[in-house]
Write a protein that binds this ligand. Sequence first.
Ligand SMILES: O=C(O)CCC(=O)C(=O)O
Ligand SMILES: [Fe+2]
Length: 332
Amino acid sequence: MSVISSLPIIDLTPFLTPTSTLSEKQEIAKALYTACHDVGFFYLTGHGVPEELQNEVLEAAREFFMTATQEEKQALERKEIDEGGDGARGWQKLGENITMGSGDWHEALDYYHPPLSDTSSGPPYDIVQGPNPWPEKPPHFRSLYEAYIAGLHTVGHALLRAMSLALSSTEDLFTPHLTSPFWCLRAIGYPPLPATSPGISCGAHTDYGCTTFLLADETRGALEVRDKQGGWIGVDPLKGAYVVNIGDMLEVWTNGLWKSTVHRVVHRGTGFRVSVPFFFEPDWDARVEPLQCCLEKTGGVRKYEAKVYGEHLAGRVKGNFYQGGPGKVLKD
Ligand SMILES: O=C(O)CCC(=O)C(=O)O
Ligand SMILES: [Fe+2]
């Protein structure tokens, strides 16, 4: 495995500054196009999220994983639909999340966009449509995370405007599909893999939606990204920046011009690694299909069928846990 020390760095400032000029934006859009086309992963700076807020988010997750009792964790546990849960939201114990049939060596708290229908009368819930179970300790966890999620919506919209300009002459290609963007946030705790274990911390997969904003602590040598030759490249965190990758919906919209890049986590170092990926997604009912401008750039042949985002997500979530099924799929 080689370690990349130089993922492209994209500075989003012009898309968050009302006074910026078109040429300032186009310069960034051009670099963004190359990053998305050549690697599918990049560091994002100029996003406006304060580093102190990022650190607080990581520390609150660490505090939960390190200090909550087993009982407190179990009170938030993800439950199957027939057990009164929505099959998605909540705490997952070590090894519960699976990829390609093997348990992932992490525990996690998973949150999603508020449910789309009223849940006040209680279960049964549809898949991914139950309430978010927030911890009571640390006491500020919920308000901190809700403020963080709101901030990342601004960044998500700005980045999608930049991506639109990278693909066309308008910033609004994706706007009709982002009226109430769905989102997911995972707070993940990774103990080091046992020395003799052949296992994996988070198995190889692609992300499901538009873009993922990965916030991770300073642990090095954990995240790995598949390169075009099928090898693995190590991606270390860059202080203050997000590691951003594109998801399955952008691959469909671009007719494969930009690929939803496979990645995984192998944490063999020392220390307990914490990461908090935020997934910025299309509207739940968005019908996603190759865009005309991308068809023109890819020889005019449509390589992807239309997908409804919410159906795609529900299908992927169902495969993420042990239910006698084959587990998380790498690609459709
Ligand atoms: O923890 C990480 O670095 C990545 C996690 C990830 O890829 C995911 O949850 O989709
Ligand atoms: Fe991922």
